[in-house]
Design a protein around this ligand. Sequence first.
Ligand SMILES: Nc1ncnc2c1ncn2[C@@H]1O[C@H](COP(=O)(O)OP(=O)(O)OP(=O)(O)O)[C@@H](O)[C@H]1O
Ligand SMILES: [Mg+2]
Length: 212
Amino acid sequence: MRAAQRGRFITLEGGEGTGKSTQVVRLGAWLGARGVGVVTTREPGGSPGAEMIRKLLVEGPAERWDGMTEALLHFAARRDHLRSTVWPALDRGTWVVSDRFADSTLAYQGHGHGVDRTVFDRLYAVAVGDFRPDLTLVLDLPIEVGLARAARRRGTETRYEGLPKDFHGRVRAGFLAIARDDPARCAVIDASADVDATAAAIARAVAGRLGV
Ligand SMILES: Nc1ncnc2c1ncn2[C@@H]1O[C@H](COP(=O)(O)OP(=O)(O)OP(=O)(O)O)[C@@H](O)[C@H]1O
Ligand SMILES: [Mg+2]
């Protein structure tokens, strides 16, 4: 019997309130309607162990961890997520759409908190190896608009939203630099449009890049 073709790994990235969680659901539904077997997941989290680490990262005071400790926790969670959820799904031929992945660590802990690029690359190599997303959609939006959207949403996961505006400015610029440096993998999506228009732009990018 022929082995199932490996699934594709798509990540959605971007700052606070850019619409990632909204669009992961929309993209999962769009792929499913095209007959693609798909699971949607999120980081930090996406597996029982990684969800436990998530609570340490997204709740509590902003000064709870320094950037390096955060980066280590994110990569520990990411490794568990990959081993428990992402890699088994891709091996079965199922596509995986993830709400955030490693670019968020580079943007937040690297560009935002000043963790060295070489440290990021070494942690990536240890925890993730050669594995990369097939496509990364960077949702881009002025930070004020994203923070206002995020503030309207209730919940306890507010640790990053409390950081100063210049931090969020560095995160936005960081994501755009990541996309500029790796255009074969990344597409920047204007996330200032309404939900339907943004979903349509994402669908066009996925169709164009991955031939769905
Ligand atoms: N295109 C849009 N226009 C207006 N509001 C939107 C749009 N997309 C999402 N929203 C709303 O903005 C809020 C934030 O969206 P969402 O949770 O999808 O963003 P996110 O990128 O996942 O945020 P976070 O980084 O905080 O997880 C939600 O209340 C959502 O309903
Ligand atoms: Mg979200």
